[in-house]
Each structure stands twice: as structure tokens, then as C-alpha cells.
Design a protein around this ligand. Sequence first.
Ligand code: GDP
Length: 468
Amino acid sequence: MQNTLSGWDDTIVAIATPQGVGAIGVIRLSGKDAIAIIDRLFASKELTKQATHTLHVGLLKEAGIVIDEVVVSLYKNPKSYTGEDVVEISCHGSPYVQQQVVEACIRMGARMAKPGEFTQRAFLNGKLDLTQAEAVADLIAAETEAVHQTALQQMKGGFSNDIKQLREQLIHFAALIELELDFGEEDVEFADRKKLEDLVDEILHSVQKLIRSFKLGNIIKNGVTTVIAGRPNAGKSTLLNALLNEERAIVTAIAGTTRDTIEEKLVVNGIAFRLIDTAGIREATDVIEKMGIEKSMEKINSAGILMYVFDVNTNTEKDVLDDLEKLQQPNQQVLIVANKIDTADKAQLDQLHAGIHAFNKDNRQVFEISALNKTQIDELVNYLPSLVLSEKINTGQTIVVNSRHYASLLDCETSLLKVQSGLRSGISGDLLALDIRHALQALGEITGEILHDRDILGTIFGKFCIGK
Ligand code: GDP
């Protein structure tokens, strides 16, 4: 698939390391003139005559003026990241120097790369398939160990292999059916229909397993939104602070509008719980606040976990049940947090325990804590993963994390279900063949072997950073 989608005669350049000051900065060039371009700037030796996979130390100069002392790495096609000639220039890490190097390369004939363009070229030159290219973006963005591991597994081709195997099985299946079609007029059934049914069941089973893994994939990739709700003064903010104990929390406050919700991230066993404090939800006075509150309500409604906090000293059992009735959404996990245990007397605790079976309805777990004294907080934190995971994450298994892949798998499933019911009801081979082709197409779109809609590449690679 050499240079099929655009006439890639040009050579691209970009800074590959993060913006800002660093010890070193790396500038990357890719394209047929990459080595010639760097050669025009490199004063110490003739780079066009050097072997591939070699490093060269020397001065970069333009019009007699030294830009920097650099190390140049050469990778000749096809053994490079993009499959083209690639040059990496390691220079001193100041933004000014890096910019000078890029500008000099542009004056020598390169052009600025677009986001993801290096990886896009790698894909179009057959270096990576689409799932692997997408994994590169995930890997760069990975914030937790689990995301990192899944992306790595996908980049190494784990997922592609699964899809490839499924395609091969389906192609075998299609061949059997087509054989039957060729001889259709003679009214011969070549393919043993029972065997075909078994084969389609098996393929369907694998596809459905991948589809199911997306729930986990989504949790791994995007985390679980967890809202902390409850009446004013129940202790929501205190609990949030206790949960975000510095030792375990990676705090990323996402500042919205002034009265928007605040999101903090708590990572437990590799899963990010995005905690949203809804404190202040009731104090709406003006329009902007009202908008903020509507946003909070949307968040509560779409959250995976509702952590409902109440004050054992002042909130009655009825208060709690009434609130839960209003707040709890279908498919939402609920955790009831009985707070301020430290100030509760025996009568209050007895009352709480007497009412716990009502709280426990629908698998709702109750935790008795003191947010202020940080009692039972670790237990609460450690319990969180079990709310969303039925088993431990095994990153060796293939987990679908990408919604594009998920959509294609669903398409594939729909077609396979048609094939399955068609086989059972004995419909003709040509109708079956049509659905099999659809199923194959859906799988091919995942890896990029078949590209229905070429705009999709722009969407996928546009999300990358420049230089990747
Ligand atoms: P929010 O309105 O739900 O966010 O409640 P806050 O977190 O602001 O807490 C309200 C008051 O209750 C504050 O004075 C807290 O110090 C106090 N508080 C919170 N948790 C506890 C607790 O576990 N025990 C005691 N004794 N006081 C608490």
C-alpha cells in the first residue's frame, strides 16, 4: 500500500518531544528527501553517504551560522517508523533551538507535519494496521497502568491477530458457501449445513466476547464517573478530601465555569474513579448557577456510581430512602455512606443497624464511616473496583477499548446473527453469502484492511499530537 491515499512526494517535519524546555528535544523528519534535507544543514559529514541505523554527532549550520550541536539518527526506508526515510535530530531542549531547527528544515524543503501524520504514513505504508495506530494514540494518552497495558497489547498486534483469525474463519466459511453457489443449479449442497452452523456459532461467540469486553475497556480507558451526593452538611466535601488522601490520589481538578462541578481522579487498582462533588447543588440563586446545577444533575444521572452520603445524627432512614428514590438511576451502582459515626450515640447506631436491610436492597452496600477522622475510608476505597468489575483485569486478554472497533463489532454481530438464523431456516446460499460479506467487511474496517469511508483516517489521525 505504498503512498496510495495522497501523493506523498513531500517530506514532513515536526518536533516530536513535548513543548517547553527539556534537556533534549527531538525533531523528526520523514519522506523521500529527509536525509538530503538534513545533509544540507549538517556541517560535519555527508549524511547521504552514511548507513542506515547510525548516529552522527555534529553541528547544524545554516548560511554559515551554527544553530546547535546535535545528534542525527538515520533510518532508511523501509526499516523505519513510517516506512519512509526517517531522520531524528536530537538537539538542546530549548523551545527556541527546536523551532530554529524545524524552520531550517522547512527552508531546506520540508513541510510542517499535520497531527498524527507520521503514524498515518506508517499505516498507509503497511507498517501498522489501524488498531495498532490507534493504540499509539492511546499509549501516549495513557494515565493509568491498565490503559497503558491494554494499549501496549493492542499496539503489539494482539487485537489485530484476534480479528485476523476471525476473518480467516469467516473467509473459509464464505468459501464453502460460494462453492455451493457455483454448483447451485445442480442442486447440490456441498457444505454440510450442520458444520456451517457450528462454525458460525463459534465465530459469533468470539465476536460477542469482544463486544462484552468493551464494557471493561470503556472503564479502563475512560474511568468511572462517581458522584458524591447527599444533603447539605452530610459531609460530602470532607469525604472527598478523605478519599483524595495525597498518598493515593492523582488530583486533576478540571475547572469548568465558576459554579460547574469539580472533578477529581482517584485511581484504585488501575481504574480511574472520576469523583464529582455535588456540594452546593441546592444553593442555586441565579441563572448561571442554575446552568451549573443542570450540568451536575446530568452528571449524577449518567454516573456509573452514586456515592450517597448522609449524617447519621440528623438524617432519618426515611430521608435516605426518599433521596435514593429520587437520585438513583437504572444501571447505577449505589454506595450508601453513613457518615459521622464518631459522634453517633448507641441509640442512633442501633437505629441505623435496624434499618440497614432497607438500605441494602438492590445490592446497595452500606459503609459506616467518619470522614473527619478518616475511619473506614480505606475499606471504602478498596471496595470501589468491585462495584464495576466482576473479575480482576487481565490485560493479557484482548479488551476492546475503542468505540470505533466496538461499532464495527456490533455490525459484524448483526450480520452473523442473520447468517445464523438463515442457516437454521435454510435460506439460499446467495443470501447467506451477502451477510457473510457484510460481516467480513465490518471486521476489515477494524484493522483498516477495508476502508469504506476514507474520511475516517482524518478523524483517527487528527486526534494525535503533532510529531507523532
Ligand atoms: P457537605 O455540605 O456535605 O459538603 O458537608 P461538609 O463536608 O462541608 O461537612 C459539613 C460539616 O460536617 C463540617 O463542619 C465537617 O467538619 C463536619 N463533618 C464532616 N464529616 C464529619 C465526620 O465524619 N464527623 C464529624 N464529627 N463531623 C464531620
